[in-house]
Design a protein around this ligand. Sequence first.
Ligand SMILES: O=c1[nH]cc([C@@H]2O[C@H](COP(=O)(O)OP(=O)(O)OP(=O)(O)O)[C@@H](O)[C@H]2O)c(=O)[nH]1
Length: 614
Amino acid sequence: MVLYPVMRKFLDKRVVLASASPRRQEILSHAGLRFTVVPSKFKENLSKASFPTPYAYAMETAKQKALEVARRMHQKDLRAPDIVIGADTIVALEGLILEKPVDKTDAYSMLSRLSGKEHSVFTGVAIVQCSSQGGGLDLDVSEFYEETRVRFSQLSEELLWEYIHSGEPLDKAGGYGYGTQALGSVLVEAIHGDFLNVRGFPLNRFCKKLAELYHPPRPEDRPREKQDSIPAVDTFDRLGDSEGAGPGQGGARGDRCRPRAPGREHAKDADCKPSVESVPPTAVLELIDGYKVSKALFTACKMKLLDLLRDEGPLSALDVARKIDATAGPTGRLLDVCVAFGLLDKTERGYSNTPLASLYLLSDGEHSLHSLALHNDNHTWHLYNHLDSIVREGANPHQRALQSTADSPFQESFYQSREKLQFMRAMHGLIKVVARQVATAFDLSGFTSACDLGGSTGALAYELARQYPGLKVTVFDLPEVIEDAEYFQPHGPPTGQVSFVPGHFFRDTLPEADLYIVCRILHDWPDDKVHQLLSRISRSCKPGGGLLLVEMLLDEDKREARSAVVQSLNMAVLFQGRERSLSEYRSLLQAHGFTDVRAVSTGSIADAVLATRA
Ligand SMILES: O=c1[nH]cc([C@@H]2O[C@H](COP(=O)(O)OP(=O)(O)OP(=O)(O)O)[C@@H](O)[C@H]2O)c(=O)[nH]1
């Protein structure tokens, strides 16, 4: 699936990533870019002292990596790719440039320097546009860098060595890895900027750079565009031109047939008919096939194939089929789909789980989304068969049959059904993957008591308690939820910071707290119910108290934040709710006396919005 609209323009281009970094490959392929990996042979030995700044060094190294690949490919094939992307990530601390440690002692020296301090991570990126004509090679290089500030906790010797012995530091700039799959995240106290930049590739700025390179805005478009925005796909025309000016050669604008996303043609382009060459069908075909891929994932989860491969893998398709009592041919094909979508690795020894599957798809992992997959398969999937009638009539057939009293759809639809525990596990997994980012999005150390309304299993409450030892958190949820919350308690001795109180947030008195939290609750409801709940919170919240909303934020135009617009449709399918943009939440909050509304985008399944009771 192509996630970033700009990437679609590159589907028919030969794009090469001149990097052996698995993280760069992961970031770009998740964003929907199709590319071939050709690791650069450039020796990273430029003299650091000859560069005025650390980022100038990173940009030059990135450029040399990309140029080496472009030239080598041209020599070998007499045809260079269309675009070569190179990158280099470094850590800079007090004028010192740290790259990948050469061994454990080097890792120790880097990490002990970083301990207790703030440093910068710079990634230099070079985009080399190639055109080969008459045997020659024209190269047009564009470079940029991104900076992210990272603060480390004070690290004990024991923690340092334990981390070094994990083996993670050795292939990473500065000797540490950051991100949900990286152990090194435990070392990081705060981060300011693009976290993907720390992992090796600043995706957001990369897309903006592509926008700048391939289509500077036309004068008549300019007032509509925000300074910092990523243009939508229909502004990327130079890449799609089959003839005329090539990359870097300029060319008159507006006088050529400009391919646009279907349905987005401007009136004046009506005579420029899109063709299968200028608008390839790939994106539509991928959309048509999307459900097959989801179903393959659900089936792999339902058959516990990933658990099997964890316990007994690597296994051949035949062995897997024998062990699950299935037919070898289709089993192999199901496994191959999992390989193609990054869930499994396939070698001559057989199939095994990738880190992605190990972290999120085992049935019992700490961050398992296995139950979420099963819940989608067992419940949500069927509702989508009624999407047309939901769109027509405004509610799913389940809701219409129940004629639910508008303030208790959850009780009827999940918590009083056999699906209750699976639904709780699904939601628990979802919150766990974002809990740390939400808990640290703002400094909440000034609050001493918090109440998580509809806090379910306590997934966020326990994370808040971990991050803020002085904070006591009450989870307020329906009695039938609270009675099962004990199954989800984290391992280790209880600290007494988290307690559970049964109640209904539309009917019962809310527990007292300095900070109220509503995490993925408001999106379940239409505006009138949201007003009702905010008004109840506002009455309980003392002046100066806080309200932390955790929701996926739509962009203001509701067209770019893809997962949020899909989730918004999903809320209509499930509960007659919807996702909202920051300005919509701001007006709702202000209407109930909350001011100083600030938002932090986590880049994950929910963003964080903090407001203060005036
Ligand atoms: O949190 C993380 N921080 C950094 C990384 C990885 O660190 C390396 C940085 O090294 P470099 O830029 O020189 O890239 P290489 O791995 O050598 O690959 P090239 O072939 O492009 O030179 C990079 O892999 C980051 O992704 C990380 O993984 N997590």
